[in-house]
Design a binder for this molecule. Structure first.
Ligand code: ATP
Ligand code: AMP
Ligand code: MG
Length: 192
């Protein structure tokens, strides 16, 4: 029996996770692989709409206790998803009004049971430019120093997550104009 892959893709806002994961799923579908692609934030948003949240970028402005309920509910739905390859597009931490808050605390990480953790990377300048150019989202204004800090936190959180879950960790650079290359590296690393 072929081992099922549960791939969790993370990286700071605007680094290009969704762009890269879209390409991964396209590649896998063309190969005939049974793949499910889920954006954790979209599953949260389905519940958030019921309590009057209008935009996905407003969820992180809710009290952390409210976000936590949405997070737990999304993680239990996603935990039940079963396919040869499950791709989960999510965040290591959320910048809330109450401070940096873990996106994948112990219970959530354990429920998702990842086999592979992928940290999508780019330089602070590239990330700043991508956030500014993307008018589809309401991203927080951040200085280059703050982006450097976010990258540092992301690396630390990824280490902790690997220890909790026993999954492998992969750093993948999403270079300017080269999301296809980043996707190809991930496909090769997960071995399908
Ligand atoms: P969020 O965490 O907010 O969901 P994200 O990490 O999913 O962000 P994307 O929405 O995929 O990021 O990308 C942010 C912006 O950067 C988009 O406008 C996208 O087109 C652009 N982008 C992504 N990857 C690249 C790349 N390799 N080169 C140039 N632009 C890119
Ligand atoms: P995204 O489109 O990936 O940016 O997701 C939209 C929003 O969903 C994020 O800005 C967060 O508010 C929320 N979100 C996504 N993943 C998580 C998570 N693992 N834990 C808590 N909130 C999350
Ligand atoms: Mg995204």
């Amino acid at each position: 029996m072929v081992e099922k892959k549960r791939v969790v893709i993370v990286g700071i806002p605007g680094v290009g996770k969704t762009t890269v994961v879209d390409k991964i799923q396209e590649t896998l579908r063309k190969k005939g692989v049974d793949v499910t692609y889920v954006v954790f934030g979209s599953v949260m948003m389905e519940e958030a709409e019921k309590i009057g949240v209008k935009h996905r970028d407003d969820m992180r402005k809710l009290p952390v206790a409210e976000q936590r309920k949405l997070q737990v509910s999304a993680s239990s739905s996603i935990a039940k998803m079963d396919s040869a390859v499950l791709l989960v597009d999510t965040h290591l931490f959320i910048r809330t009004r109450e401070g940096y808050w873990p996106g994948l605390p112990n219970d959530v990480a354990t429920a998702l049971a990842p086999t592979h953790l992928i940290l999508v990377m780019a330089s602070p300048n590239e990330i700043l430019a991508r956030r500014r150019a993307d008018t589809t989202r309401i991203r927080d204004e951040a200085s280059e120093d703050e982006i450097v800090e976010e990258i540092e936190i992301a690396k630390n959180m990824l280490n902790s997550l690997a220890l909790i879950t026993g999954a492998t960790m992969i750093y993948v650079r999403n270079a300017e104009g080269k999301a296809d290359e980043a996707a190809a590296k991930i496909v090769s690393a997960i071995g399908v």
